[in-house]
Ligand binder design. Structure first.
Ligand code: GLC
Length: 422
């Protein structure tokens, strides 16, 4: 028995005598993005002090795709080492069988959260996870540079291209050879699915697979949107952007080397940190729209939740931890320190939250209109659907085939995968 375990069991017997719940030693897995893990630890320290439980954090890579691959294996093997999982909004239908139903445990708090988010985590009547924060991306732009060049914030992708190029060229001839116009998430993973869904949807090209299960991606508006993005690589975006996830884009941006960036709200607080070259020099706006008929700005709906493994040896304490991490208290701290969007409506009117992250006043509407990825209609096939989509897009961005060619192949692969299902 380790010293920590010994202490925990001593504490447990003490609290048992007092009639309270037995102190447990819990483990939570969480991806590592920005300062997310340090924030989580600070909240867990509070939880430990309040409850007498101890919580160990198992850190995972930042990529949601890598996390999903690992968690699916652990859960399939009935892993008893992990009690609580931090889960992406898209995973609920795929992992529902492996998590406890939290409906009863959350009966007193569910109504604080936006009903659409609770619904996204409910599979066949089972509440699979409790919301920790929601996500809807932004166009981050350099206020100082747009002002210097007399440009307004772009509202279409065509305007973004023109402004990005003009400012980038101007800054380069002014001496900053490292300057780029636009950075985004172009690596072959779930983040590219989010970015490309925005290009397609904002150009009137649909949602890849529609809510009724129809495969819609092979259309001219979608192809035009993806072909357009392919022209960015090596012009306004670096070649290396083909390998960027969130953190790599933020790295270039935060060094002051890009005019625009597509990223999630977490990059707001970090960008205004003392070690940031862009502190106080940027703001955020909705993503641009396309130019085809029916075009409008589109944001992919993201977000993270907490789920309790059905293999947890301490389900009661694990549920207590999940509820704590979804609580208004922790969400408020998250909104202030991490600029993550709350899932609790009341926090959008909180003066401390709005002082720290003023953009949140506008983001409530943006996330409520955000486009869900097709994880509900494609059920347990979502990860495969997404990986076929991001591969088709990545091929196009890399110059391997036109979007029309790649979307035609994608459609055939999706039809095969669907078979008579969905
Ligand atoms: C963000 C979103 C998540 C999405 C991921 C893609 O973490 O919250 O939903 O899947 O980015 O990289």
């Amino acid at each position: 028995m380790t010293l920590k375990k010994l202490l925990v069991s001593m504490l447990a017997s003490v609290t048992l005598v007092g009639g309270a719940v037995q102190a447990a030693e819990l483990s939570i897995v969480s991806g590592d993005t920005g300062t997310g893990l340090a924030f989580l630890r600070s909240q867990l320290d509070r939880f430990e002090a309040e409850t007498g439980h101890t919580v160990n954090v198992v850190p995972m890579p930042s990529s949601t795709s890598d996390q999903f691959g690992q968690y699916r294996l652990w859960l399939a093997a009935g892993n008893t080492d992990i009690d609580v999982y931090q889960t992406d909004v898209i995973w609920a239908p795929q992992l529902a069988d492996q998590f406890l139903d939290l409906t009863e445990a959350a009966a007193d708090i569910a109504s604080q959260h936006f009903p659409s988010i609770i619904e996204s985590q409910t599979v066949d009547g089972k509440l699979v996870a409790l919301p920790a924060f929601t996500d809807a991306p932004a166009l981050f732009y350099r206020k100082d540079l747009l002002e210097k060049y007399g440009k307004s914030v772009p509202t279409t992708w065509a305007e973004l291209e023109a402004t990005a190029k003009e400012v980038m060229d101007g800054e380069r001839s002014g001496g900053n050879q490292d300057m780029w116009g636009f950075v985004f998430q172009g690596n072959a993973y779930e983040g590219l699915t989010c970015n490309a869904l925005e290009w397609v949807m904002s150009n009137g090209g649909g949602q890849i697979v529609e809510a009724d299960g129809t495969i819609s991606i092979n259309n001219a508006n979608a192809a035009a949107a993806i072909d357009r993005a392919a022209t960015w690589i090596g012009t306004i975006s670096p070649e290396g952007n083909l390998a960027y996830q969130e953190e790599e884009s933020r790295g270039v941006w935060q060094l002051g080397n890009s005019v625009f960036m597509r990223n999630w709200p977490y990059a707001y607080a970090l960008g205004n940190g003392d070690d940031s070259a862009v502190k106080g020099k940027f703001d955020v706006a909705p993503l641009p729209a396309g130019d085809a008929e029916g075009s409008r700005s589109a944001a992919t709906l993201g977000g993270w939740n907490v789920a309790v493994s059905k293999y947890s040896p301490d389900p009661e304490a694990a549920i207590e931890l999940a509820k704590f991490l979804a609580s208004a208290d922790v969400q408020k701290e998250r909104a202030i320190q991490q600029s993550n969007l709350p899932t609790i409506e009341a926090l959008y009117d909180d003066a401390d939250v709005l002082a720290a992250s003023p953009f949140m006043a506008n983001w409530k509407e943006i996330f409520q209109n955000a486009v869900p990825r097709p994880s509900a209609p494609t059920k347990t096939d979502y990860n495969e659907v997404s990986s076929m989509f991001w591969s088709a897009v990545h091929n196009t961005l890399s110059g391997n085939g036109s979007a029309a060619e790649n979307l035609e192949l994608l459609e055939a692969d999706l039809e095969d995968l669907k078979g008579s299902g969905w």
